[in-house]
Ligand binder design. Structure first.
Ligand SMILES: Cc1cc2nc3c(=O)[nH]c(=O)nc-3n(C[C@H](O)[C@H](O)[C@H](O)COP(=O)(O)O)c2cc1C
Length: 378
């Protein structure tokens, strides 16, 4: 599957740069799908350049911070400073450092990604299987499934590396650090909450501009992956992160809230500054013979990319309407298939403060340039 991307980047001095890039899932993505997550982390992105000229756009604001555009990478592709400094040079302005823990944790083995048949039952429920298929849609809108787990290097590594990342950012770019507490057998809930406060303090000390608490991960089989379904616990975590973040904005990352959306927003308003919605959908992913594609213990995987765009956009619309109607003290950041200029702009037009992209950023390096060339207002 080959997708051609023509990017016409017009610089502030009127110079036009044409970048014509052929991206394939197999040959030239930034993420090496045949290698482990740890190898991808160590090697950095597979991007040989040349770096395109990033169109200059008018500055905007995100949570009181100056940003060039309200577009960037969600937690995931920003594996470490090598990855984030590359996205920064490619014009992504909101850069999320992938979720870190207090304890080292390795990722699930390869395979970690697959294309999902666009005719699958992604919107049904989590008991329905979604099958694999060769991509039949352009890469920027193709549905994908992923199973990585929530790996983390130890704090000694990521504290220094967040610092390195922060120094690599350009003017008008901000760094979000995503954190998660690690559940242990018999752990008291108060200790789990306290871990978020400790982590928030550590990432702020390392230089994060914004702290994001990950309350959702579709492919870890433990309670820490579905904290957002517990409204009181979500609020306690928001308040703990607020204490640790010492004045930096606090975001909560959630999964698909469905009917609990309104209740969640009312509960966390005032405790957190914003909600990042949404994480991948937890769904069964199978090969065409009905076998769990990622292995029996990883039947449920995260479905992301084009498959969840409409669901995510609808949720963002509902959230921003409620916030306006009830004058809640809360911002929304849209995530979910925001991989084309039109889709990213739709999130902002729906009232989101920003749009972020994850899975497609592993494959398509020039999305931010395309957005800036087409929609300098975003
Ligand atoms: C490779 C990869 C790793 C991810 N890791 C995290 C993570 O560590 N923390 C998190 O909150 N979300 C993580 N996500 C979820 C994304 O942030 C995002 O919510 C989801 O993929 C939907 O966005 P998309 O359709 O643009 O991929 C990850 C996604 C991908 C593709």
């Amino acid at each position: 599957m080959v997708t051609n991307h023509n990017i016409f980047a017009i610089s502030s001095d009127g110079e036009q740069n044409n970048v014509n890039v052929a991206s394939t899932w197999g040959d030239s993505p930034m993420y090496r799908f045949d290698k482990s997550f740890e190898e991808n982390a160590a090697l950095g992105p597979s991007f040989d350049g040349p770096f395109p000229h990033v169109p200059k756009v008018p500055q905007k604001s995100l949570l009181g911070l100056a940003v060039n555009s309200r577009f960037g990478v969600a937690a995931g592709p920003g594996i470490n400073s090598k990855w984030l400094s590359t996205y920064s040079k490619l014009g992504f302005d909101i850069l999320t450092y992938k979720t870190v823990r207090l304890y080292e944790r390795i990722a699930h083995p390869v395979p970690n990604f697959a294309f999902i048949d666009p005719h699958s039952n992604v919107y049904e429920d989590d008991s329905t299987a979604n099958t694999l298929a060769a991509p039949t849609l352009p890469l920027d809108v193709a549905p994908t499934g992923g199973s990585i787990g929530m790996p983390s290097l130890p704090p000694e590594f990521w504290q220094r590396d967040i610092e390195v990342t922060k120094h690599a950012l350009l003017d008008g770019q901000v760094l979000i650090a995503s954190i998660v507490g690690t559940t242990q057998p018999g752990m008291a809930q108060s200790d789990f909450v306290q871990e978020f406060e400790t982590l928030a303090q550590m990432v702020v000390d390392a230089g994060a501009d914004i702290v994001e608490a990950n309350l959702s991960c579709p492919n870890v089989n433990v309670a820490e992956g579905a904290v957002y379904k517990d409204l009181a616990l979500s609020r306690d975590i928001a308040l703990a992160v607020r204490r640790g973040a010492r004045g930096r904005p606090v975001l909560l990352k959630v999964g698909h809230l469905g009917h609990s959306l309104d209740g969640f927003l009312r509960t966390v308003a005032g405790a957190a500054d914003g909600v990042v919605m949404m994480n991948a959908l937890a769904r069964k992913v199978e090969d065409p013979d009905g076998r769990p594609y990622f292995g029996a213990s990883r039947h449920m995987a995260g479905v992301h990319g084009g498959a969840i765009y409409q669901l995510s956009l609808d949720a963002v619309k509902k959230a921003t309407q409620l916030i306006r109607a009830e004058q809640l003290d809360l911002r929304i950041i849209g995530v979910g298939g925001a991989s084309t200029p039109e889709r990213a702009a739709a999130f902002v037009e729906a009232g989101a403060d920003a749009a972020l992209v994850a899975s497609s950023a592993l494959v398509l390096p020039f999305m931010a340039c395309a957005l800036k060339a087409q929609r300098p207002d975003v």
